[in-house]
Each structure stands twice: as structure tokens, then as C-alpha cells.
Design a protein around this ligand. Structure first.
Ligand code: SAJ
Length: 413
């Protein structure tokens, strides 16, 4: 079986390699020459646990190109960004991937879409474009197979998680199921394309709304003089309650984006967009805490520890750090950033001693494990203030070293 995977990013590349490692001949396609060159020279364009080994294992069955070619299966895993001005999905990459498949599409081929899209996109946008090949859907098979893997555990989750497969018709669903079963050990649940599109968006929206609730609890607890972390631990002792963790905001390419895909055509949804607004306002809230702590400090410098959108990954897409830095710089704070995982960022990254030298306030924005054990002794700061926006530090250790510690939602403001 030959599979052509369009889009070699965080989802497409691991998926292509898993198929190759399980016996398929895979042609990976990316329009970025730099990605193709990187892979052809034996390197990976991004890091992910286990991916190097998988690449070595799969290499002999994996070719990389900038153009697709004839295959039995075409898999689309290209980005679907959000237009920041309109909060509407940008489907241009999906459209252009479908157009690239058209000259190669034959009867009996299967096309699967893994990219996250608004409900109805397969029927309204993707299938009609594919039919420009002269082959009608039904003669080619089509399924939406949304991914569920979490960065940092991508390979484990791609193989172990259950999956939803929504086919255009019975044959499409069964064929896609059989193909994914070559490496997916989790249960596969079958449905139609539109439901599969909706389910994927519901999953990420559910998480976003629950994080917004935790963030609102943190702010309410603050007003009541209550430590939200203790309150959450106690509330979660209830057998049917799971409050998530408050934090400096929601980042990443999925949870911060997908809820807008669900609501973009609706005039009646309020809870989902309110949750988005709450999560997007968390950098403002962290800055408010910093502002109150730094009142009276001349020419204050803030040291940010962690610019990745979440712990133990280097991915900075949609990271709350962007907004926090922009707001803080607009208020005249000097900013220094340190992140041992992120390779590049819009703001210069420094090592820990340099990022904290002369600092007036350390702000923990990302829950990297290496920050948990951080020893404040020896940090050459000017003012001993730390804001732990993830509640991960050993607070006793920091207070013993003379630091005033503020934890987001600790009720001390
Ligand atoms: N976050 C909090 N509090 C929490 C949990 C997360 O503030 O209690 C923040 C994180 O720090 C991060 C953001 O939310 O900034 C999102 O992180 P995440 O770990 O919740 O999710 P992602 O974006 O890395 O991956 C999600 C996953 N979806 C769900 O858990 C429903 C993953 O399974 C999806 O495959 C992925 O989106 C995707 O690609 O859609």
C-alpha cells in the first residue's frame, strides 16, 4: 500500500512515519523546501519524544517531496490557522492540499483529512475540490480522521488513544478504519464526516471552557482571600468534580483556536466565546499582579521563565507569553526570557543566569519540570520577587532565600 501524506508538521510527520514503520510505502509531501531538505539530510524539523528512533526505523519506506504523486491513500495533515482579525478559520492550506491531489486521484483511492476544520468543511469544501479530478466521491473514498495526540506524548497517544473516523459512506469508513488499524491500538469509533468534524472541536472546546472556569475560580478566590489551589484540591475530592488548573492563559495551536471553528457560523453561542475571552485575558491578570508587586521599583525588569505554551515542550505557538510580553513592554517593563525547551522565540532567549541578572520580578509562565526544582540561591536578582503563575515552585525554598512569592490565585492580594 502506498500512502501520500500532505503536510509534514507536528501531526503529519509522526503519522507518516508510523504508517511507514508498519509496512506502508509513504511519500511525505511538504510545500516548504526547508522541511524537505531537513528530512532528506536525515534530520527532523522539530523535536518530539521517540520521533528520532521512529525515523530511523521508518526511513527505508519513507520518501520526501514537495509535490504529491499517485498513491492508494492521500492523507491531508496541513495547518488550519485562525485569522486573528476575524476569528474565522483559514482553510487555504486544506484547499491547496486538495487541489494538489486532484491530478493524481483515481477511482478506488482513499482521501483522509486529519486537519481540524469547521463542521461541514469536508462536504462543502474538500470533496467538491477533489471531484474536479473527474472522479466522483463514492468512486474515490473519503474520511475525516481527526487526530487526538497531545504534543510531548504524540507517538504514545497516536498509537494508544481511541479515534473517531467519519467516512463519506460505509466503504470509506471501513477502508479508513482498516488503514488506521495498522498502527492504532486504541478503539476506533465510526461515524459520518460532519459528526467527526464536530466531535474533534467539541473535545478541545470542552477543555478550553473548563480551563476558563478554573481561571475564573482563581480570580474569584483572590477576591475572597482564598487559596484557589487548596480549594481545587478539596473540590476535586468530590467523585463527580474535576476542576482543571488555572494558569497564565491557554496556548498551542489547538485549544486556543478550535473553539472559534465551532462557533464561527453561529449567532447564538456565548459560553464558548466567553471562555475564550477569559483565557485570553489571563496574561493581563498576571501582569496586574506584577504591576502591584513592582509599584515603586524604578526601571523594573521582569524575567520570564518559560515561553513555550505548556510544560516540557518547545512549541511556542499561541503561547500566552506573547501577549504578556507585549503588554508588559507597552507599560515600560524591560523583559528577559529564558526557556530551555524553546529553540527560537520572537524575543531573545537567554540562559537562566543572564535572564535573571538584575531582575526585579521572576514570572513563571510555563510548567516545565526543570523549573519545579529550580534553586533560587545564587540568582543575581535586584529585587526578590517571584510570581508562580503555574504553582510549580517549591515555595518554601524560595521564601527561605528571601523571595516574596505570589502564586496565581493564592488569595493574598
Ligand atoms: N492548560 C491550563 N490548565 C490546565 C490544562 C492546560 O492552563 O489545566 C493550558 C496549557 O498550559 C496550554 C493549553 O492549556 O497552554 C493547552 O494545553 P493542553 O495540554 O490542554 O492541550 P494541547 O493543546 O497540547 O493538546 C490538545 C489536546 N486536546 C484535549 O486534551 C481535549 C490533544 O488531545 C489534541 O490532540 C490537541 O489539543 C489537538 O491537536 O487538537
Amino acid at each position: 500500500m502506498k500512502i501520500c501524506v500532505l503536510g509534514l508538521g507536528y501531526i503529519g510527520l509522526p503519522t507518516a512515519l508510523l504508517f511507514a514503520a508498519h509496512g506502508a510505502d509513504v511519500v511525505g509531501v511538504d510545500v516548504k523546501q526547508s522541511v524537505v531538505d531537513c528530512l532528506n539530510s536525515g534530520n527532523l524539523p522539530f523535536g518530539e519524544p521517540g520521533l528520532n528512533n521512529l525515523y530511523s526505523e521508518a526511513k527505508s519506506r519513507f520518501l520526501v517531496r514537495t509535490e504529491p504523486e499517485a498513491a492508494d491513500v492521500f492523507l491531508i495533515a496541513v495547518p488550519t490557522p485562525l485569522d486573528p482579525a476575524t476569528k474565522v478559520s483559514n482553510l487555504s492550506y486544506v484547499k491547496s492540499a486538495a487541489d494538489m491531489i486532484v491530478p493524481h486521484l483515481r477511482g478506488g483511492n482513499l482521501v483522509t483529512l486529519e486537519s481540524t476544520v469547521p463542521p461541514g468543511t469536508s462536504e462543502r469544501v474538500v470533496i467538491p475540490r477533489l471531484e474536479k479530478s473527474g472522479v466522483a466521491v463514492g468512486d474515490f473514498l473519503y474520511a475525516h480522521c481527526p487526530e487526538r495526540a497531545i504534543p510531548g506524548r504524540t507517538l504514545q497517544e497516536m498509537t494508544g488513544n481511541s479515534r473517531i473516523i467519519g467516512g463519506y459512506d460505509r466503504d470509506s469508513t471501513d477502508r479508513a478504519t482498516a488503514i488506521y488499524q495498522t498502527f492504532v491500538r486504541g478503539q476506533i469509533y465510526q461515524t459520518d464526516t460532519r459528526t467527526a468534524e464536530f466531535v474533534k472541536l467539541m473535545e478541545n472546546t470542552c477543555r478550553d471552557v473548563n480551563i476558563a472556569l478554573a481561571n475564573e475560580f482563581a480570580q474569584l478566590a483572590e477576591e475572597c482571600g482564598i487559596n484557589v489551589w487548596e480549594a481545587i484540591t478539596l473540590a476535586n475530592k468530590h467523585p463527580r468534580v474535576t476542576v482543571l488548573n488555572p494558569g497564565p492563559g491557554v496556548g498551542g495551536h489547538c485549544i486556543a483556536v478550535d473553539p472559534w471553528f465551532l462557533t464561527e457560523n453561529s449567532t447564538r453561542c456565548r459560553m464558548i466565546s466567553t471562555a475564550r475571552e477569559i483565557n485570553d485575558s489571563m496574561p493581563n491578570y498576571v501582569l496586574r499582579v506584577a504591576r502591584s508587586l513592582l509599584a515603586g521599583v524604578r526601571d523594573p525588569t521582569i524575567s520570564i521563565l518559560g515561553v513555550a505554551y505548556k510544560g516540557n515542550v518547545g512549541d511556542t505557538r499561541e503561547s500566552p507569553a506573547f501577549k504578556f510580553i507585549q503588554l508588559a513592554e507597552n507599560e515600560g517593563y524591560a523583559i528577559r526570557c529564558h526557556d530551555p525547551y524553546a529553540a527560537a522565540f520572537a524575543h531573545p532567549l537567554m540562559d537562566l543566569p543572564e535572564a535573571t541578572a538584575g531582575s526585579d520580578c521572576i514570572v513563571i509562565l510555563t510548567d516545565h519540570d526543570c523549573f519545579r526544582k529550580l534553586d533560587p540561591a545564587g540568582l543575581q536578582v535586584r529585587t526578590k520577587l517571584v510570581i508562580d503563575a503555574r504553582n510549580i515552585l517549591d515555595h518554601e525554598k524560595w521564601t527561605d532565600q528571601g523571595f516574596a512569592v505570589r502564586v496565581l490565585g493564592d488569595g493574598s492580594s
